[in-house]
Design a protein. Structure first.
Length: 288
């Protein structure tokens, strides 16, 4: 039986790509300067304006998706008895996953035979997007829902995320580093190296001096962690700094040949927490 693949806007894939592959997504919301903005993966969102606001000191906040919105998101397919597979933003970074689980429980009271699988990707941005794209390919190649669920069980934790940020103020606001560390780091041009751990949470695992060393570290660690690279894709997300993303791509290509390297802007939901200049590299390899 066919199924409906669904995700959320934290996957940071273009809305055109999801639309062309029949994937529904639910939008996260962002609050900035007293306005509520909808992260619709670039369909109407003015990303250039958003980045400019951040550059001039804007500090956006984000909200998790509530249970009611998830019920309305799933309901049309439940009513048509279409099985659903929803790939969710990491539970380690948002309460949205738990809201989705609660929505499923409520819908199943009304529709006991509903088939809805909610998978915690324990990933963010194009790490989540990498899993979505893999499932799109598996589905297109005729794999069943059960086969894809088994694949996700075996492969979700093979997604690697290597991240650096250019502005420490956003990490400070999120409680990732202290105010003093942010101030000293800014003065000394220190760039943090961040990963998503096996709980789907951000972990600051190191630091280097200077942007160039940080970008090289992302490329080196991505290459080091890959298995069977010729069969794997690498996704690179960037917030307002395409040049740095292209530099990381070139550094990876100098060392290893992969199936494809795709570059996409880091979506506004994630950018709200990382700031302008964030670069994130996503690949698959050994289990985290």
């Amino acid at each position: 039986m066919t199924f409906k693949l669904m995700t959320d806007s934290c996957c940071d894939l273009p809305y055109t790509y999801l639309g062309a592959n029949d994937v529904e997504f639910i939008s996260m919301t962002i609050q900035l300067n007293g306005k509520e903005l909808v992260d619709d993966l670039g369909e109407t969102f003015d990303y250039d304006w958003f980045l400019q606001e951040i550059k001039t000191g804007g500090m956006p906040t984000t909200s998790q998706v509530n249970v009611g919105r998830y019920i309305e998101f799933f309901r049309p397919f439940v009513e048509k008895q279409v099985p659903i597979l929803y790939l969710a933003f990491s539970s380690g970074l948002s309460g949205s996953y738990q809201s989705a689980i609660q929505a499923v429980d409520i819908l199943k009271e009304e529709y006991p035979d509903a088939v809805i699988y909610v998978v915690d990707t324990k990933a963010a941005s194009l790490g989540e997007g990498l899993l979505v794209s893999e499932v799109i390919e598996l589905k297109a190649n005729g794999h069943s829902l059960d086969e894809i669920l088994l694949w996700l069980s075996d492969n979700t934790m093979t997604v690697h995320s290597w991240v650096t940020v250019d502005d420490l103020k956003h990490l400070e606001r999120g409680g990732r580093i202290s105010k003093a560390a942010a101030a000293i780091g800014g003065l000394m041009n220190v760039k943090p190296i961040i990963v998503v751990d096996d709980q789907g949470k951000l972990q600051n695992i190191g630091k280097v001096r200077g942007r160039s060393k940080a970008l090289k570290k992302l490329a080196d660690e991505t290459v080091k962690g890959m298995v069977e690279p010729l069969q794997q894709n690498v996704f690179i997300a960037y917030a307002g700094d395409l040049e740095s993303a292209e530099k990381v791509k070139a550094l990876i290509e100098e060392k290893i040949q992969v199936k494809e390297i795709r570059l996409h802007p880091l979506g506004p939901t994630i950018t709200s927490h990382t700031g302008n200049g964030c670069i994130a590299v996503f690949s698959r390899g050994k289990k985290r």
